[in-house]
Write a protein that binds this ligand. Structure first.
Ligand code: AMP
Length: 218
């Protein structure tokens, strides 16, 4: 695959993080997750983290101005020159328009937008069951891909984290934010003939297979 801009769209819990990590490794491109960048900022208690924390914990979106600036800085880093997969950005129409301008200004061609379509009952289980290793970043799920020992990373790095925003109450709010603010992007990219749907309901390996075979022969 030549260097290119990939965007993974999908509801929270659709598997964007897992698939974006795999794609980045497989194709040697940068994985840019605005959620990960924001979570690091929150745990490091930087001014950015302090500004974003309340919205994240409530399951609301962080203001466009903040997230757009993050993405602009991240795309300027050298590893992004080989191509990148955006995970969790854009999430609003204003972010999508901003990204269009940024990609044009930086000489990227049209992005390839892959929409992971996933049923709501699966989304909910993926989020409420998700556990993450804070050290190696490995993602587990107590329903679909449990760790060998309840609370510990299989690589014995650390105790697994249950993200505050993966708790039941916040998950509902995140799905509502997706419906209201992010879903319109499907229409936005579809009108520009940039959008491709991928079935996101299967196991991570089968979703990955569909993604790779599509990317080999788009
Ligand atoms: P994620 O890990 O992608 O599900 O993101 C976790 C949380 O970070 C979201 O629920 C938002 O509060 C915030 N966030 C991540 N990406 C964005 C974005 N592009 N725009 C606004 N908020 C975001």
């Amino acid at each position: 695959m030549r260097a290119r801009a990939l965007i993974l769209l999908g509801a929270p819990g659709a598997g964007k993080g897992t698939q974006a990590r795999g794609l980045a490794q497989h194709f040697g491109i940068a994985h840019i997750s605005t959620g990960d960048i924001l979570r690091h900022a929150v745990s490091a208690r930087t001014p950015l983290g302090l500004a974003a924390q309340r919205e994240m914990e409530a399951g609301h979106l962080v203001p466009d101005r903040i997230v757009n600036g993050l993405v602009r800085e991240r795309l300027a880093q050298p590893d992004a020159a080989r191509g990148f997969v955006l995970d969790g950005f854009p999430r609003t129409l204003a972010q999508a328009r901003y990204l269009d301008r940024l990609l044009r200004a930086q000489g990227w061609g049209r992005p390839l937008v892959l929409n992971l379509r996933t049923d709501e009952d699966i989304l909910r289980k993926r989020m409420t069951g998700r556990r993450t290793c804070p050290v190696c970043g490995e993602i587990y799920n107590i329903y679909f891909n449990p760790p060998q020992n309840d609370a510990m990373c299989d690589r014995e790095c650390a105790k697994l984290i249950h993200r505050a925003d993966d708790h039941e109450e916040v998950v509902g709010q995140r799905l509502a934010a997706y419906e209201a603010q992010t879903k319109p992007l499907i229409e936005y990219y579809s009108r520009r003939k940039l959008l491709h749907h991928i079935d996101g309901n299967g196991k991570p390996e089968s979703v990955a297979r569909e993604l790779y075979s599509f990317l080999r022969d788009p």
